[in-house]
Design a protein around this ligand. Structure first.
Ligand code: G6P
Length: 374
């Protein structure tokens, strides 16, 4: 086992550090950088024959559990923007509990690292029996979900051993970003936008390498939080998913209560919790919701909140002019790719919190890597 971990203490740590490489493998052969003869674009072999049907669907459903659900949530805004098809989010168990309506004109996208999660698999059977086009996004060639779907894309992140998903999450977002690009590829109006995203994807492994340099800072931050009972994370837009996923990592690994909150809902409850002691991470990197996050920060500061602000490099003075208890400055990339960058310091934070609190990093109590029973 130690040989497989290489120079790392834990598989999770190794998998966090593998992300520049796992993302490179995910993207390999799928990006067309473009030249005089070829238009910049993406190539997803497993979807080609079905793209027209997906584009014409009346609705796209994203279905998954846990971290896979969060990865889908992170890409929902881009899929809606580039496809102009409404995207609805479904946690597999809830979708089944409701026996939710689904039709032949729908495309259902099943997201699962293992490709074996019982609820996701049952949701697939249900969607198939109602005639929807079923697309699989998995990390496991030959898995039940990749066999059972009509078409799909493998994320090629490599084997993930840590129970808490890290590199599969970032690769899932990368693949679903390419899915959005592929669905939207015939629209002239979004061409410049799509090309900028492809440039961003080409840069991605390098930017991930850069954000990993925050490791020591995250360890420092973890030391200041290790005795806390609770940690809140506020996000919105592309990074609502980052808040949920960051909180999931902290709770499942460090066994600390943590909640990801949609910042737009702040005044509908969470604001009551704010005081000088409760630590709150506010994700406020650059995108169209940035000024709204700026005002969230101001309102939290007015209530003397203990803020940890995540913003783009160089933005600290603008985003939190009155200072914060801690600032995490991350490299900037295209808005829709920012969740891939932003989750990495939070993965590192959860990792260090877990080590400092003395819990099992790779196998959190009561949890399994693949949940194959209901
Ligand atoms: C378990 C794992 C998570 C994972 C979830 C969904 O809870 O611990 O890391 O996100 O299952 O698994 P899947 O294989 O379907 O992505």
């Amino acid at each position: 086992e130690q040989i497989k971990k290489g120079n790392y203490d834990h598989f999770m740590q190794k998998e966090i550090y593998e992300q520049p490489e796992s993302l490179r493998t995910t993207l390999r052969g799928r990006l067309i950088p473009g030249d005089e003869s070829k238009v910049k674009g993406v190539l997803l072999g497993g979807l080609k024959a079905h793209l027209r049907t997906i584009r014409r669907s009346r609705r796209i459903l994203f279905i998954g559990c846990g971290t896979s659900f969060h990865a889908a949530l992170a890409t929902r805004p881009l899929v809606e923007e580039l496809s102009e098809v409404p995207v609805t989010m479904e946690i597999a168990s809830d979708f089944l509990d409701r026996r939710a309506p689904i039709y032949r004109e729908d495309t259902a996208v099943f997201v699962s690292q293992s490709g074996e999660t019982a609820d996701t698999l049952q949701a697939l059977e249900y969607a198939k029996s109602h005639g929807a086009l079923c697309v699989g996004i998995t990390n496991t060639v030959g898995s039940a979900i990749s066999r059972g779907t009509d078409c799909g894309v493998h994320i090629n992140a490599g084997c993930e051993i840590g129970v808490a998903s890290t590199k599969a999450y970032t690769s899932q977002i990368a693949v679903m970003t390419m899915l959005a690009l592929a669905i939207g590829e015939d629209a002239i109006s979004t061409r410049a936008r799509r090309e900028a995203i492809i440039d961003g994807l080409l840069d991605l492994p390098g930017v991930v390498k850069e954000v990993l340099k925050l490791d020591e800072k995250m360890k420092e931050l973890a030391a200041t939080l290790m005795e806390e009972q609770s940690l809140l994370l506020f996000g919105r837009g592309y990074n609502y998913a980052t808040a949920l996923e960051g909180a999931l990592k902290v709770k499942e690994l460090a066994l600390m209560h943590s909640e990801g909150i949609l910042a737009g809902e702040m005044k509908h409850g969470p604001l009551a919790l704010v005081d000088e002691t409760l630590p709150i991470i506010v994700i406020a990197t650059r995108d169209s919701t940035c000024s709204k996050q700026q005002s969230v920060i101001q309102q939290l500061q007015a209530r003397k909140g203990r803020l940890i602000v995540m913003c783009a490099k160089g933005d600290a003075a603008i985003m939190c002019p009155n200072g914060a208890s801690y600032v995490i400055e991350v490299p900037h990339i295209q808005d829709c790719l920012q969740p891939i960058i932003n989750i990495i310091p939070l993965q590192l934070l959860a990792y260090h919190l877990t080590v400092l609190r003395g819990f099992n990093v790779d196998q959190p109590r009561n949890l399994a890597k693949s949940v194959t029973t209901e």
